[in-house]
Write a protein that binds this ligand. Structure first.
Ligand SMILES: NC(=O)c1ccc[n+]([C@@H]2O[C@H](COP(=O)([O-])OP(=O)(O)OC[C@H]3O[C@@H](n4cnc5c(N)ncnc54)[C@H](OP(=O)(O)O)[C@@H]3O)[C@@H](O)[C@H]2O)c1
Length: 322
């Protein structure tokens, strides 16, 4: 591993903390990893971000800081979501450029793809149709982040060696997840519910919908490994698999599972012996959502942690925080 000075933005978040773990595991010296909490550095504050970069002079940036939330938060606070995310990425990318950073990795999300995108969603589905309305402002900010990276590459790649890349993960889970009872994603929400059902000896746990929709999940340490892998690829290799105006890379596990299978696996992981029932009066949502990971697979990366293993690790993390 090179002696880069690496800034991990959002190091307290689920993804940022996994990236720090990955860098340390690869032997990157801790004193060459720069971190700031949100309280220490508000990334929506342009002046503060510029002063931070000028003082610290990192040589690489992982941009894993973002204002993230579920459907409810996104529909209640759309202005906050579009403003904060546009500001964070505009400030960090511009300050990185102004301070000579040549390598930056921007973290996006699968919500950048059109609501009706063909499955599995491949990178070229971007900007081919309307977005899911519930998180459109967030998705627009993420699309702008990809386009910022590409624009800096196109304008300053040859003259300044700028090489800014983007990765788009599928649904992530694992240590550092948000287990909030009302405002969390499928896996952490189910972990909490089955755990509580086990403790209270509840005879059954009801899952919304038929359980048949298929979703893809990736363990967050696999995502961190993918992020470092993409950051470290030689430029010629990255360029071979991308184009200047379609440079983002999907990161998925390659396997999708039904909600019923996820629920059963979580019940087994936790040791819940009651029944799993499906409340078919509730809506199912999109029947299938999964990403094409053929581009990143061709670039030499594959997920390593399967769902059974990943859920066991996630549950250990959940229990350790109770
Ligand atoms: N989790 C997933 O399933 C998933 C899936 C696909 C993509 N992603 C992407 O991965 C990235 C990281 O997500 P995550 O799940 O790790 O989110 P997270 O756990 O909420 O972490 C985000 C981090 O960013 C920090 N942050 C937010 N606003 C900030 C600001 N104004 N200044 C400084 N720091 C700020 C947060 O600090 P505070 O908490 O103190 O505000 C937090 O530490 C996002 O771009 C997201 O779109 C996540």
């Amino acid at each position: 591993m090179t002696q880069e000075k690496i800034y991990v933005a959002g190091h307290r978040g689920m993804v940022g903390s996994a990236i720090v773990r990955r860098l340390l595991a690869l032997g990157h010296p801790q004193n060459q990893i720069v971190i700031r909490t949100h309280a220490e550095l508000d990334l929506t504050n342009q002046g503060a971000v510029q002063a931070f970069f000028a003082a610290e002079k990192p040589t690489q940036v992982y941009l894993a800081a973002a204002k993230v939330g579920g459907i409810h938060a996104n529909s209640m606070y759309p202005a906050d979501f579009i403003y904060a995310n546009l500001m964070i990425q505009a400030n960090v990318i511009e300050a990185a450029f102004q301070n000579g950073v040549q390598k930056l990795l921007f973290l996006g999300s699968s919500c950048i793809y059109p609501r009706m995108a063909q499955q599995p969603m491949s990178e070229d589905a971007l900007l081919t149709g309307g977005l899911e309305p519930t998180n459109e402002p967030y998705a627009i900010a993420k699309i702008a982040g990809i386009k910022m990276c590409e624009s800096y590459n196109r304008q300053y790649g040859a003259s300044h060696g700028v090489d800014y890349r983007s990765v788009m993960p599928t649904n992530l889970y694992g240590p550092g997840d948000n287990y909030h009872p009302e405002n969390s994603h499928v896996i952490p929400a189910l972990i909490r519910r089955f755990h509580e059902a086990k403790i209270s000896n509840a005879p059954s746990v009801a899952i919304w919908g038929t359980g048949t929709p298929r979703r893809e999940f990736l363990y967050v340490d696999d995502m961190a490994a993918a992020s470092v892998h993409i950051m470290q690829l030689p430029k010629a290799t990255y360029d071979q698999h991308t184009t200047p105006m379609q440079s983002h890379i999907n990161v998925g596990s390659g396997a999708d599972v039904t909600i019923a299978e996820v629920a059963q696996t979580i019940a087994q992981t936790i040791g819940y012996s009651g029944k799993v029932v499906f409340d078919t009066t509730k809506a199912d949502g999109t029947p299938r959502k999964w990403m094409s990971s053929s581009r990143i697979n061709a670039l030499g990366w594959q997920a390593k942690v399967d769902l059974i293993q990943g859920l066991a690790f996630a549950y250990q993390d959940f229990v350790s925080k109770q």
